[in-house]
Design a protein around this ligand. Structure first.
Ligand SMILES: Cc1cc2nc3c(=O)[nH]c(=O)nc-3n(C[C@H](O)[C@H](O)[C@H](O)COP(=O)(O)OP(=O)(O)OC[C@H]3O[C@@H](n4cnc5c(N)ncnc54)[C@H](O)[C@@H]3O)c2cc1C
Length: 420
């Protein structure tokens, strides 16, 4: 790798891309900096889209602040279509080629489309990933649809359900699993949030799937569930997960697939033979990296905090020269969500948890901090309306402290270890 890069190209002009650009300039990079984005917008923030924007509390213009002295060239509204790592060039949709000394791939994810394309094309069927989606969906919600049907039991589906209730819209939330949000929060906390959603008037259906949609002309009119029930609706949002934006890397030799773009501990992109692609790095939702907090198991997370932290690691490593001066990406995954008046925060990852303990507060109060354990070690902690204590658990998770953490504290005599 050349010691001093002069041309840095970032593909993906969003949170991670901009965070890396900021950091590069902060660290004194004075060369040319180009950010390529397939959306026509300058980098903007996505978390407000499912929260404040749909509620009509702010416009869909959630543009992120940029350093006044960023000196970056933005090539917007055109996708990168090809990467040639040997020639160190990126080709854009308009046929132009950008040479680079260092390249950051930060192309994130997109909403998984509704699988039946004719149904997906109906007026009234939406997904939510970008600000244009939020503007269109927000306008439809303001126009008071008869009933909103939300499909998907993840955070975005729940945040939208909460928004719909704030707007006093009838809403049915269809979840395929037996417990909502269980993948991230475990069944107990996921169940609690589901309970609150029901109390707030959400028609929450578990273990339910759509058999087909019905249209009047080109407009959605109803859905029929697998059990035969028919629900009239003129607005449906599919919040059924995401797909990683890696197709443009086909033919590049990089190890990229539906699970993400594989990189090493320094966020350097790897080729299919396991070697490092010279000068190429990855950050944000598209990246998959060895997680030091889980014995280097490969992980890809779709969290705002990781996108920023990983982008900063990449910027530092791009300027580091060789691997001996690079730092590893050791961000502890964290996440937050707001819904139904609750603020939910999570540090660590609950995957594979086999034990759960409420450390502060209680499930009954719906105000608590809970820890998750696996094989006798602390792997994650979550809070509901009680985030003040959460940072205290970060150290326990980083150290993989015995579970439950601080179990013998004098004021914690009632801690009970349960199934998650
Ligand atoms: C509605 C919503 C709510 C969210 N709420 C939360 C929350 O409460 N808490 C939290 O932690 N996280 C939340 N997130 C997740 C968070 O926003 C993401 O983790 C973050 O945006 C990831 O940033 P990124 O830069 O890696 O990817 P992205 O933001 O996905 O940006 C990637 C960019 O690259 C572009 N791109 C893709 N392919 C190409 C190509 N070939 N050429 C050029 N450009 C390309 C994309 O169009 C996009 O503009 C939310 C996400 C959404 C959608």
């Amino acid at each position: 790798m050349t010691a001093r890069p002069e041309r840095i190209v970032v593909v993906g002009a969003s949170l991670a891309g901009l965070a890396a650009a900021h950091r590069l300039r902060e660290r004194g990079f004075a060369g040319s900096l180009t950010l390529v984005g397939d959306e026509p917008h300058l980098p903007y923030d996505r978390p407000p889209l499912s929260k404040q924007v749909l509620r009509g509390l702010c416009t869909a213009d959630t543009t992120l602040p940029r350093h006044p002295d960023l000196r970056a060239e933005f090539r917007l509204g055109r996708p990168a279509t090809r990467l040639d790592p040997a020639a160190r060039t990126v080709e854009l949709g308009d046929g132009s080629r950008l040479p680079y000394d260092r390249l950051l791939i930060a192309t994130g994810t997109r909403a998984r489309p509704w699988p039946a394309s004719e149904e997906a094309a109906l007026d009234g069927v939406f997904t939510l990933r970008g600000r244009d989606d939020a503007r269109r969906l927000g306008a439809r919600l303001q126009a008071k649809p008869r009933r909103v049907v939300l499909v998907g039991g993840g955070f975005i589906g729940f945040e939208m359900a909460s928004t719909c209730r704030d707007l006093r819209l009838p809403v049915t939330l269809l979840v395929r699993d037996a417990v909502p949000l269980a993948a991230a929060l475990g069944p107990r906390l996921g169940g609690l949030v589901g309970e609150v959603a029901r109390e707030k008037g959400v028609d929450l259906r578990l273990k339910t799937e759509i058999e087909r949609m019905e249209a009047e002309g080109d407009r959605l009119a109803a859905v029929t569930l697998k059990d035969g029930e028919r629900i009239e609706t003129d607005c449906l949002v599919a919040a059924i997960g995401t797909l990683r934006n890696v197709e443009w890397l086909d033919g590049s030799g990089l190890e990229a697939d539906a699970k993400g773009l594989r990189c090493d501990a320094f966020c350097r992109a790897l080729l299919r033979d396991g070697s490092v692609a010279a000068g190429v790095f990855a950050a944000g939702d598209v990246a998959r990296w060895p997680n030091p907090h889980d014995d280097d198991a490969l992980v890809a997370v779709e969290h705002w905090g990781n996108a920023r932290a990983q982008a900063e690691t990449v910027a530092d490593n791009m300027l580091a020269g060789d691997a001996s001066a690079m730092r590893r990406h050791d961000h502890l995954p964290d996440f937050w969500s707001q819904q139904f008046g609750l603020t939910i925060k999570l540090v660590g990852l609950t995957e594979g948890a086999d034990a759960f303990a409420v450390m502060h507060g209680s499930l009954e109060e719906r105000r608590l901090v809970a820890a998750f354990g696996r094989d006798g070690r602390t792997i994650a902690a979550a809070s509901i309306d009680s985030a003040r204590w959460l940072p205290a658990y970060k150290a326990a998770i980083r150290e993989r402290a015995p579970f439950p953490p601080i179990g013998d504290a004098l004021d914690q005599t009632r801690i009970r270890v349960q199934d998650p």
